[in-house]
Design a protein around this ligand. Structure first.
Ligand code: PLP
Length: 373
């Protein structure tokens, strides 16, 4: 029940066991084409999409290495671990101008606008900050980026396909996801959408040889469709199968299901007197793909997560400065109602042992009500 890598469906695992094929063959090209077309629906975009072998971070790296030269400035928005990663990558290739807020608190749009007055080439933001369970205001930041002629890079790694995410409507020039999140594919692929405006403003030479967006776009437009270097072929089989699975469910239906599951977790938390961690406002909302909750007072991480693990349910803890202070439950991909009920029930078992359970079944009852059970 962690926020990625998530559970993978047997049919997706089976797809990976097919024999290897040449990545320069028409057979591979057909798979990659099919994925690229379905991914456009998944991303809600008309922009071109490339799939890179590597985890989600390679997509973040590709975006900045391709756009930000030594003398270029990138505004990096951060209120959690992954926003900080954007700052680190920005500093590696050019000049990062961070706009920060405390982890788990909403960012100030005024501060973003003030930073953009400095003539930045791009602004990078994490949409769903997985480390704190908070959704950042992509639509509003997109408007500010365009007002200041900055390209808008969004890490949608734990968001796309789970939360509402509208690449084109929000003016996102580069959107990124990773295979191990809402797509419910094993880890190892980064998926990146690229607007025509980005293509016009890519550096002559990306600072990254491997994660070179130009090279990936060029190969993806060859016939047969290709990747510049040998891709993780079994993961492409898995990606194709998982996209068809999501399409069969319906992309909107999947998002709605994810929202319902997260709402049921939030309801259970309330019933169990567990406080949600992030602070929300008019523009920043609770995530539907990962719910971050404060560790109940007097309960240790070891007791809570360790106790749940003994019962076969793995949830995530806090990262870095939030270690021991919060725990997180993922609801993306093919997570089911029974997964949620079992998780809440197991949480109750642990809380009961610690003398922190209001009454037996309080959380399950609240979650079931949201789920209509
Ligand atoms: N950005 C966000 C929002 C994430 O949730 C993650 C992973 O959890 C990453 C970036 C990093 O992705 P990866 O570990 O696949 O490189």
């Amino acid at each position: 029940m962690i926020p990625g890598p998530v559970k993978v469906a047997p049919r997706v695992l089976r797809a990976m066991s097919r024999p290897m094929i040449s990545h320069r063959s028409g057979d591979f090209g057909a798979i990659y084409d099919d994925c690229r077309n379905l991914l456009k629906e998944f991303f809600e975009t008309k922009n071109d999409i490339v799939v890179m072998t590597g985890s989600g971070t390679v997509g973040m790296d590709a975006a900045i290495a391709g756009l930000i030269g030594r003398n270029d400035t990138i505004v990096t928005i951060s209120n959690g671990k992954f926003g900080e990663r954007f700052t680190e990558i920005g500093e590696r290739y050019g000049k990062a101008l961070p706009v920060t807020a405390d982890w788990g608190t909403p960012i100030s749009l005024d501060k973003v606008e003030a930073a953009l007055e400095n003539g930045a080439k791009a602004v990078a933001m994490v949409h769903n900050e997985t480390s704190v369970g908070l959704i950042n205001p992509a639509k509003e930041v997109g408007k500010l980026a365009h007002k200041h002629d900055a390209l808008f890079i969004v890490d949608g790694i734990s968001s796309i396909g789970g939360n509402e995410f509208f690449t084109d409507d929000w003016g996102i020039d580069i959107a990124i996801t990773g295979s191990q999140k809402a797509l419910a594919v094993p880890p190892g692929l980064a998926i990146v959408s690229v607007s025509p405006k980005v293509e016009q403003r890519l550096l002559e030479k990306s600072a990254s040889y491997y994660a070179d967006l130009k090279a990936h776009l060029k190969s993806a437009r060859k016939s047969p469709t290709q990747t510049p270097y040998t891709p993780a072929v079994p993961l492409f089989y898995a990606l194709q199968e998982a996209l068809h699975m999501a399409k069969e469910e319906g992309f909107d239906a999947r998002r709605a299901r994810t929202a319902r599951l997260a709402e049921s977790v939030r309801a259970a938390a309330k019933a169990l007197d567990i406080e949600l961690f992030p602070q929300v406002n008019e523009f920043s909302h609770y995530s539907n793909t990962v719910t971050a909750m404060k560790m109940p007072s007097g309960v240790t991480d070891d007791k809570l997560r360790g106790g749940m693990k003994k019962q076969g349910v793995v949830v995530s803890g806090g990262q870095e400065k939030l270690k021991g202070k919060i725990f997180r439950i993922g609801t993306m991909g093919i997570c089911s109602q029974s997964d949620i009920l079992r998780t809440i029930q197991t949480l109750e078992l642990v809380l009961a042992k610690e003398g922190k359970l209001p009454y037996r079944g309080a959380g399950v009852e609240a979650a079931s009500k949201v789920l209509g059970l």
